[in-house]
Design a binder for this molecule. Structure first.
Ligand code: SF4
Ligand code: SF4
Length: 462
């Protein structure tokens, strides 16, 4: 904005200003200057030289900045306009919590359905207990009838299909989706699949039933992927999944998840080349995101391949994207999109349904660890133990520790995972969320800066 227009806008100032509690200063690194980042608004500014010393000094002041002080200084006007300064009467924490509660207790029912716990792959880091449980027709009918009752008070239903591999029971997905479409005004669907059965025909069926978005996992190039995500008989799956992805992404919105284990950390260039290849093959239709394989249970297979620390992963992420972008490859770096921050497990109008009709708060629970049901489709009452478990989730608060209330990362982390913080062996695990964001925010913001700079669109404070 030109300086005059900026000054005119600054006439709107109605109070002394203080730094937003959600500002973070990211130190310079690898030819990227120091950055100022607001975790709530996701605004990002380059701070120029000397690690942004003038801005750091301003933001570190204890005394509020008067209206006239801000109006006189173009730097302060800029910070105010971008939301890095806020009126001293504003309670940003209260605003964030109200927004989160609106999403948590707002309209619309949510269902996560596991039509089967079976899977057609044998991923070497998988934490799920192998079991042959499918949802029977009887359980599906109980669910359909329960949802008809819900439809008398809710207009919108959001369904996530999960597993096992949900497409092994496409028949159940189709049957239940038709029932939901008959009962609710609006049904939106999302499926988490390994992609092996996501043929063009299956994708057409899903889209016709309102399931228009999917997550598919490919663990890097063929030689990486096929040893990590083989068929049960050891055969490769890369070519089939890639073919399906190319077809299905012309009909559905697809995010590709790439799991990175310790061995892959030595090959950032191969990962970068793979992301570029994926972008070309799907003509830019899919957004890939990379996540580390991190042990979440004590099963030997999971632990053996789950040694990636967030710090090491952040370095890897930088190596993958920064070099690829600087060389002009078409890769889209990760970004932190605004979200309601609500974990579905703590949302009263959402529930997870296992194939046997057991109900759970969190979608991770039926897969074989920390299982604690909160009811069953066949009855409309809860046992005292189920009720107690249900209450603990529903009463869970994003600001469950004093540190969370003070934390500048809260709008991104939202207190981490309710299941972990409620579990009995949580010692040390709550800190996992802190470590994750502490390690990842600098890298992700620098990648965003690099992307914007390469596109020529970044505002810079000097
Ligand atoms: S869990 Fe850690 S990172 Fe998350 S809000 Fe709480 S203190 Fe911050
Ligand atoms: S409890 Fe944790 S794993 Fe479960 S839905 Fe919430 S954030 Fe996800």
């Amino acid at each position: 904005m030109p300086p005059d227009a900026q000054r005119r806008r600054a006439d709107d100032l109605d109070a002394s200003q203080i730094p937003s509690r959600f500002n973070l200063v990211i130190p310079s690194h690898d030819r990227i200057p120091a950055l100022l980042f607001n975790t709530r608004t996701r605004q990002l500014l380059a701070l120029g030289t000397e690690e942004g010393a003038p801005v750091r000094d301003l933001l570190g002041r204890r005394r509020p900045l008067s209206i006239s002080e801000v109006q006189r200084d173009p730097l302060l006007i800029e910070l105010w306009e971008q939301g890095f300064l806020v009126p001293e009467y504003r309670d940003e924490l209260a605003e964030l919590l109200v927004e989160t509660r609106a999403a948590r207790f707002g309209p619309g029912a949510g269902l996560t359905i596991l039509p089967t716990l079976r899977c057609n792959l044998a991923c070497r880091y998988c934490f799920s207990e192998p079991t042959a449980m499918d949802m029977t027709r009887e359980v599906a009918e109980l669910l359909a009838s329960r949802m008809k009752e819900v439809a008398s008070r809710e207009e919108i239903l959001r369904v996530t299909w999960f597993g096992g591999e949900p497409l092994l029971r496409l028949d159940t997905i189709k049957h239940l989706s038709r029932e939901f479409l008959r009962a609710f005004d609006t049904v939106t669907g999302y499926i988490v699949t390994n992609g092996l059965l996501l043929t063009l025909r299956a994708a057409r069926d899903l889209v016709a039933l309102g399931i228009r978005a999917a997550q598919v996992t490919i663990d890097g190039p063929r030689d990486f992927h096929d040893v990590r995500r083989p068929l049960r008989d050891g055969g490769g799956t890369f070519d089939t999944i890639l073919r399906n992805l190319c077809g299905a992404s012309s009909l559905m919105r697809i995010a590709v998840r790439v799991n990175v284990d310790e061995e892959m950390l030595d090959h950032p260039k191969r990962l970068a080349a793979f992301l570029h290849f994926l972008d070309e093959r799907t003509e830019g239709r899919v957004q890939a995101y990379i996540v580390p394989v991190i042990g979440i249970c004590d099963r030997p297979a999971s632990m053996r391949f789950a040694n990636v620390s967030w710090e090491r992963f952040a370095v890897f992420l930088w190596e993958v994207y920064a070099s690829a972008m600087r060389e002009g490859a078409a890769v889209k770096p990760p970004w932190m999109s605004p979200s309601s921050g609500t974990c579905l497990a703590s949302r009263p109008a959402s529930v997870t349904v296992a194939p046997d009709g057991q109900l759970y708060r969190c979608w991770e629970e039926p897969s074989g660890h920390d299982e604690q049901p909160v009811g069953h489709l066949s009855r409309d009452w809860l046992t005292p133990r189920e009720e107690s478990h249900e209450m603990r989730y529903l009463a869970w608060e994003e600001t469950h520790t004093p540190e969370c209330r003070q934390c500048a990362m809260l709008p991104l982390c939202m207190g981490g995972c309710a299941r972990i913080s409620l579990s009995s062996n949580r010692r040390g695990k709550v800190a996992e969320s802190c470590m994750r964001w502490r390690a990842m925010i600098p890298t992700i913001t620098r990648l965003k800066y690099l992307e914007k700079r390469l596109q020529g669109g970044l505002v810079s404070l000097t």
